[in-house]
Ligand binder design. Structure first.
Ligand SMILES: *[C@@H]1O[C@H](CO)[C@@H](O)[C@H](O)[C@H]1NC(C)=O
Length: 219
């Protein structure tokens, strides 16, 4: 079984690579040291990716020096596209830079210098000082878990800080929405945990600044 599946995954990765060599000229831009080539742009763009957005993408990684593939998200785990928050260091710096302002459905080929990837030491399959090439296909862009919209929804009295009551109300609504009854004590525990992790100055409120950890939008 295993032997059957492996080649299939390689084929899936390979088909994207062939897009790259099909000879059309694409728009190329340089951004903060990353070379970004747009391979495919959807005719309609619903929402461009921004810092703090939750994005869903496939990306395959190659070493620039010999085109060895060192990573293919299509064959990792179940081959599901990866979810991550953009622009906050959940992926290497070069990917954070190269995936900004990207449309769902867009494909890019990006070339990332070692300083924005794994540096002078490398890591695992990545040798020292390696320039990396990624082929990225973006599927979805959604507002991050800590968007301005979410904050405003919770902040019922619009005083730009979240009280225990406001969060309590919000949690109750959320739990009602997902239809799973929860024990009162679980509820209190979550609330306490939220304040412990977020109320850094311990004034009993979560301020806009404490909430907006990704600093992606003006609150
Ligand atoms: C990597 O680059 C650094 C800085 O340019 C250099 O000092 C180092 O020798 C390089 N390492 C290798 C293994 O090439």
């Amino acid at each position: 079984m295993f032997a059957l599946f492996k080649p299939l995954f390689f084929l899936q990765c390979f088909s994207l690579l062939s897009v790259r060599v099909s000879g059309q000229t694409n728009e190329v831009v340089f951004k903060e040291g990353v070379k970004i080539e747009v391979i495919e742009l959807p005719s309609e763009c619903s929402q461009k990716s921004k810092k703090g957005d939750l994005v869903n993408a496939h990306y395959d990684g190659y070493l620039a020096e010999d085109n060895t593939k060192f990573y293919c998200s299509r064959s990792e785990q179940d081959g599901h596209p990866k979810w991550f928050v953009l622009g906050v260091g959940q992926v290497i710096k070069g990917l954070d830079i190269s995936m900004m302002d990207m449309c769902p459905g867009e494909k890019r080929k990006v070339t990332i210098p070692p300083t924005l990837a794994y540096g002078i030491h490398g890591s695992g399959k990545i040798p020292p000082n390696a320039t990396l090439i990624f082929e990225i296909e973006l599927f979805a862009v959604t507002k991050g878990p800590r968007s301005v919209e979410a904050f405003k929804n919770i902040d019922l009295d619009n005083d730009r800080k979240l009280s225990r009551d406001e969060l309590n109300h919000y949690l109750t609504e959320e739990f009602l929405r997902d239809g799973k009854p929860r024990d009162r004590s679980v509820h209190d525990q979550i609330l306490q945990d939220i304040f412990q992790k977020n109320d850094l100055d311990e004034d009993g409120f979560i301020s806009a600044k404490e909430y907006n950890v990704y600093q992606h939008d003006e609150l």
